[in-house]
Design a protein around this ligand. Structure first.
Ligand SMILES: [Zn+2]
Length: 76
């Protein structure tokens, strides 16, 4: 069975979504990601999320599924 990958189009759809929302979309698309791939999306540099507190997109991925905002210092 051919492995389905997250396409650039899909990455656009995922932009701005939380990781949980993104995973929900991927599930809907029938795409199962490995932890490695999820990490690539969430921390691979192409992920464009934003701080849930101040909305800043100046965020960084500290660890798997753990984020920090460079603007307000909020972590989630
Ligand atoms: Zn913030």
């Amino acid at each position: 069975m051919e492995e389905r990958k997250a396409t650039p189009k899909l990455r656009e759809d995922l932009a701005g979504k939380s990781l949980e929302e993104a995973l929900e979309i991927l599930k809907t698309e029938g795409i199962e990601l490995t932890d490695e791939q999820i990490r690539a999306i969430s921390g691979g540099g192409s992920w464009t999320g934003s701080c849930p507190k101040c909305g800043s997109e100046d965020i960084k991925n500290l660890a798997y599924n753990y984020w920090a905002c460079n603007s307000c210092g909020h972590t989630w």
